[in-house]
Ligand binder design. Structure first.
Ligand code: MSP
Length: 523
């Protein structure tokens, strides 16, 4: 069976409303998913929410709600957020889905039965807020812990542990032999540094139900619930299982499989292994250390790539609800439009480093690059075609063809390597070139001179065809804008095939639609 290109995002904790960091990650994953589809690949794009654990239980208690009722509300808000962002996701997982609980329990039972887990007593420091055990190494020189851990307590309790240590050498070798497994390269080096300089501790994968109830019951011992991260990572294989992926289904027995019902009809292609897990830099250890070892012990192939993005700040400060230093993506989209938000986050920040949102920077890009750059180009090109040629596309002319083709090649190469920021830079070099072409050829002057009619035809064709190609190149990033350009050109299809970014496809003698501002100017 063939395999689809399977891309996932981190699943967001539902302990608050969606924020800029969540929005950014989902948009970059969506751009990659759309780009692959546009390149002709079969794609499956998964996103969703992470509902169990202390953080979420606490948030529910703070609001005086039961965890399930609280999660139902927030999961609906995150689902709405996904559509607000224009995501083309194929499924939306909630870790409280029955299908997910079934897969987690089945895999845990299997790991336990095959000796990968053991029970032991832990005595030491614990951060209830982060649901994490801490060691002496986590203490600062003055003996305190980082404030992000909240109140740190000392406790002694029994738990189940997953054997990690024995796989450390194998993991180092895997990362070394697969240079693209963790991207960008400095994140890979960070993980290799961590693995080469530390001995991995076994991972505690349960929490006593006596102190945390909001989790998936441990199948082999009902007095425990599953540690939220062990549960959360498995979402990436739950969905393939629920769509009938044979690699995952082969691990489940008949009763596990029946718990996946009601199942959508099986996909005619496989999903696992994932091609890309898109995640933020704070959760790299879970994805690049724990997850590969979990998969190895389940005898499943590893994902091909963990693509790690940086963190957004606003005005040079950490995003924080308590200090009010936030960007509300929903408010930005309501005010400026979805494509303006998608454009700014992808253009401003490459996948990797940290970024800084400023309202002034957002407005500046909107004004210069969207309104005056792309918007103005499309609007004046099509308005002139309407005015001077009654909207009829003139005969083909290839004056800008080689420059457009160079940009097409660069953009496609950048999309294939997930260099999204570079792809936009390349596309905007064509926007700038075409705007310059308008200034140089001055069609408004040519129109006054009947002897220049042929020259005016050439210029108008080059502009209209450049607009069409821009629409195709922009589809993964700005789907609504790309669609508008196509319909203003009088084209009824969707510009969602990169193969159509080939010069000369706009045929002569067809009539364009109505030009309208793509990005209204704001003063
Ligand atoms: N629930 C876990 C992920 C489980 S994946 C199996 C989690 N949730 S989260 O809501 O805290 O974060 C979700 C994603 O948003 C993570 O990839 C995280 O890195 C990202 N971001 C959170 N804050 C961010 C910024 N300020 N900037 C960019 N991304 C950030 O972790």
């Amino acid at each position: 069976m063939t395999k689809a290109f399977y891309i996932t995002t981190a699943i967001d904790y539902v302990n608050g409303q969606p924020h800029l960091g969540h929005g950014y990650e989902k948009v970059i994953a969506d751009v990659i998913a759309r780009a692959r589809r546009s390149l002709g690949e079969k794609v499956f794009f998964l996103t969703g929410v992470d509902e169990h654990g202390q953080k979420v239980q606490q948030a529910a208690v703070n609001e005086g709600k039961s965890p399930q009722a609280y999660c139902d509300e927030l999961a609906a808000a995150f689902k709405d957020f996904a559509s607000k962002l224009g995501l083309s996701n194929d499924d939306f997982i909630r870790t409280t889905d029955r299908r997910h609980e079934a897969v987690v329990q089945a895999l845990l039972a299997k790991l336990h039965a095959s000796g990968h887990c053991y029970k032991a007593t832990y005595k030491g420091f614990y951060s209830p807020k982060e649901e994490t055990f801490l060691t002496e190494r986590d203490r600062r020189p003055d003996g305190t812990f980082d404030p992000s851990y909240g109140e740190v307590i000392e406790l002694e309790e029994d738990n189940y542990y997953f054997r990690l240590k024995q796989h450390q050498r194998w993991l180092i070798e895997h990362i070394e032999a697969n240079p693209d497994f963790i991207a960008p390269p400095y994140r890979r080096n960070e993980v290799l540094g961590l693995l080469n300089n530390n001995v991995l501790e076994d991972l505690c994968i349960t929490r006593p139900a006596a102190r945390l109830t909001w989790g998936i019951p441990t199948p082999f011992d009902p007095s425990f619930v599953t540690y939220v991260w062990f549960d959360a990572l498995i979402n990436y294989v739950t969905v393939p299982a629920s769509f009938g992926d044979s690699a995952i289904l082969s691990l489940l027995n008949e009763s596990d499989k029946s718990s996946l019902a009601p199942r959508p009809s099986p996909l005619p292609f496989g999903l696992w292994p994932a091609d890309i897990h898109v995640i933020g830099k704070d959760i790299i250890k879970f994805h690049a250390v724990f997850w590969p070892i979990m998969l190895k012990t389940m005898e499943l192939p590893l994902p091909k790539q963990i693509l790690v993005h940086g963190f957004w700040q606003k005005d040079g400060q950490k995003l924080s609800k308590s200090t009010g230093n936030i960007v509300d993506p929903i408010a930005v989209i309501d005010e400026w439009g979805l494509d303006a938000f998608r454009y700014y986050v992808v253009r401003e920040l490459d996948i990797g480093p940290d970024g800084n949102w400023t309202d002034a920077g957002f407005r500046a890009r909107y004004q210069a690059e969207l309104a005056n750059g792309l918007g103005n180009l499309v609007n004046r090109s099509l308005s002139m075609l309407k005015r001077y040629r009654n909207g009829l596309v003139p005969a083909r002319s290839d004056e800008l063809a080689s420059e457009a083709e160079k940009v097409i090649r660069e953009t496609v190469a950048n999309l294939r390597s997930n260099q999204l920021q570079a792809a936009l830079q390349s596309v905007w070099s064509l926007v700038a070139r075409a705007n310059q072409y308008v200034d140089h050829t001055a069609p408004f002057k040519l129109a006054k001179d009947p002897a220049q009619a042929k020259r005016l035809d050439e210029v108008l064709y080059n502009l209209a065809e450049t607009c069409r190609i821009l629409a195709v190149l922009l589809w993964p990033f700005l789907p609504a804008t790309a669609g508008k350009i196509y319909s203003q050109l009088g084209l009824s299809e969707t510009p969602d095939k990169l193969a159509d970014a080939a010069w000369g496809r706009l045929s002569a003698d067809r009539t364009i639609g109505e030009p309208a501002a793509l990005f209204p100017r704001r003063d």
